[in-house]
Design a protein around this ligand. Structure first.
Ligand code: M6R
Length: 604
């Protein structure tokens, strides 16, 4: 989604803005622009397409000044074009925006009636011109008058021609931080944009307005009172936000999984048993049902969580897509239900809305979040952080693995509390979970085998993933990963469901990736594999070592090491991530920045 960066300081800002925007590329974008306060007033350059287009135009324009704002746009209202790119404004002000202004049409009509002329199709231009309309020489007063009129979500950075030393920043439901450094101060959507200059930053709360100057930052609440903000320090350095010798962030992050798993599991162990010291002791008391709500990959982690929690803790679990949950009027019981939100970024708009709905209904909320201090982590009753470190590639990999780890720990913790299984069995399973980083390392050491499988499937138009139980949950993640970065059309099917319709699509040479890691379901899976084989499918089988008849049923296969089958999704997903990665690479796709996708989906 859109990325914002602003700088006011001693240095010339154009290069700093371009550098900051390049660090936000991972969020996904299709155009970019900057505005700089120069001696001739505000000058703006914007271009459709990749940042290098903008860079060339900025060099030609020779923008000199040390206060400015920049933006990478992920198109929502209006096609990607120079005209629709941000910044937007008037001669008096320039503004960049992340979010959606829902009532922009009404605002636009009102302003057109008063003589404003619009140049773009964007919702953002309506906000910029509304602030201009409210501006009578005092930027803070203009913002305070305009903000209550806006419906929707926003993070804004605004510069005013009359105030060359100041950037005004405000947010509602879209992320925005203020970076602090000796050589100037920043506004940014995310830490990587400023990490080269500083690790110190402030988090803005909803509708707080920051006035960012060279040597100071002043924050006001909605009523105009000054607010003291805590200065935070980013706990990761430049290395974490760079590729570290890998050709792509995705590959680097796949390889970081063993460490991420160790970092997430180890702090949650006490005497060989799972324990969440960050939660109050009575947090799970009286829970009779759990709703796990999330989007995309995070929702897939919830599906694995459901299998584990229902099997070991005996608590019924519903898994919902946040975008559905928020509108389906869920039957929530404040006393006995637990709402669990899973999210890497902690900023996903639908997940946040679902969380707010659950809170408004009085239900206990727990979020599993990777990004420290993100909106969802701040608004949840309790948080379980995953310690994957920053995930930059659009395709989520290490974040999913650690979400699985937390789901397993949660299932085992609940099982212990419920006394659903013996302490000895929980101890055995926990020890097995602790072995998963090592098992993932063994899979990573066999990357060549997965490259070989990808080479055999790279020209497919359609590819099916099939599985049962945990393998079906994992299939859904494998399929999402493949389509998002390789653009191969793919579907995940419950293996037993194929014959109810989809098998009509399985014809000669169509690859079917069959996941069969669960003993009790293995023979059933053989039956399903035979069905697709009989229709000409090229079968790739993911199984555990020593599985029967692999050579007879599969064209290609990958054996996971012997291990507890409950945890197969952890090394299993490593195989599927690498498979998607190599398919994408072999097809010449942009692995880290797949078309149309954004890292953090901050609009509905
Ligand atoms: O930040 P979140 O975990 O809330 O994001 C949810 C999805 O947008 C995300 O998992 C998405 O599906 C990934 N790009 C998949 O790789």
């Amino acid at each position: 989604m859109c990325g914002i960066v602003g700088y006011i300081g001693e240095r010339s800002c154009a290069e700093i803005l371009l550098d900051g925007l390049s660090k936000l590329e991972y969020r996904g974008y299709d155009s970019a622009g900057i505005s700089v306060l120069t001696e001739e007033g505000i000058r703006t350059v914007k271009r459709r397409g990749r940042l290098q287009n903008l860079r060339g135009a900025v060099e030609t324009a020779k923008l000199t000044g040390n206060c400015g704002i920049g933006h990478t746009r992920w198109a929502t209202h209006g096609e990607p074009s120079d005209r629709n790119s941000h910044p937007h404004g008037t001669g008096r002000l320039s503004l960049v925006h992340n979010g959606i202004i829902e009532n922009y049409l009404g605002i636009r009509e009102m302003l057109e009636r008063r003589g404003y002329v619009f140049e773009s199709e964007t919702d953002t231009e309506a906000a910029a011109k509304l602030i201009d309309f409210c501006y009578k020489g005092d930027p803070l007063a203009a913002l305070r008058e305009a903000l209550p009129v806006l419906r929707g979500s926003y993070a804004f950075s605004v510069i005013f021609a009359d105030y060359p030393g100041k950037i005004f920043a405000v947010r509602r439901d879209s992320p925005l931080i203020v970076g602090l450094s000796e050589e100037g101060n920043f506004t940014a959507s995310d830490i990587p944009a400023i990490l080269r200059y500083t690790r110190r930053y402030l988090l803005l709360d909803t509708d707080e307005i920051a006035v960012v100057e060279r040597e100071r930052v002043t924050v006001f609440d909605v009523a105009g009172n000054r607010v003291e903000k805590e200065v935070k320090t980013a706990d990761f350095d430049m290395g974490a936000a760079e590729k570290g010798g890998y050709p792509h962030f995705m590959l680097k992050e796949i390889h970081e999984q063993p460490k991420a798993l160790r970092d997430t599991i180890q702090p949650r162990l006490e005497d060989g048993l799972p324990r969440f010291s960050e939660l109050p002791d009575d947090f799970f008391d009286g829970i009779t049902k759990i709703y796990i709500v999330a989007c995309g990959t995070a929702m897939h982690a919830g599906l694995v969580g459901r299998c584990a929690i229902e099997r070991y803790a005996g608590i019924p679990v519903e898994v919902d897509l946040a975008s559905e949950f928020r509108y389906r009027e869920p039957l929530l019981d404040p006393e006995h239900h637990l709402f669990v939100c899973i999210t890497q970024s902690g900023e996903t708009a639908d997940s946040l809305a679902a969380l707010r709905l659950a809170k408004a209904r009085g239900v206990r909320t727990l979020s599993v979040v990777n990004v420290l201090g993100s909106t969802i982590s701040r608004e949840s009753d309790q948080v379980l952080y995953t310690y994957a470190g920053p995930e930059i590639a659009v395709a989520s990999t290490k974040a999913y693995s650690v979400q699985l780890a937390v789901m397993y720990l949660l299932a085992l913790r609940l099982a212990l509390l419920r006394k659903g299984i013996s302490e000895e069995e929980v101890r055995r399973l926990t020890a097995e979970l602790c072995r998963m980083p090592e098992v993932v390392e063994q899979v990573l050491a066999r990357e060549d085998e997965i490259h070989h499988i990808a080479a055999a499937c790279q020209n497919a138009h359609d590819l099916f993933f099939i599985g049962r139980g945990l393998d079906y949950a994992l299939s859904q993640e494998g399929s999402l990963k493949l389509k998002e970065i390789s653009y191969i059309h793919s579907e995940a099917y419950a293996a037993g469901e194929l014959k109810h319709g989809t098998i009509s699509l399985v014809t000669d040479g169509v690859p079917v990736f069959a996941l069969a890691t669960q003993d009790a379901l293995y023979e059933k899976m053989i039956g399903n594999i035979k069905e697709v084989k009989a229709r000409g499918a090229q079968v790739v089988l993911l199984h555990r070592e020593k599985a029967a008849d692999v050579g007879k049923i599969a064209d290609l296969s990958f054996a996971l090491p012997q291990m507890e089958e409950l945890f197969c999704p952890i090394p299993g997903v490593t195989v599927l991530q690498l498979f998607a990665y190599y398919c994408s690479l072999l097809r010449g796709c942009d692995v880290d920045k797949p078309r149309n996708l954004a890292k953090s989906v901050t609009v509905e």
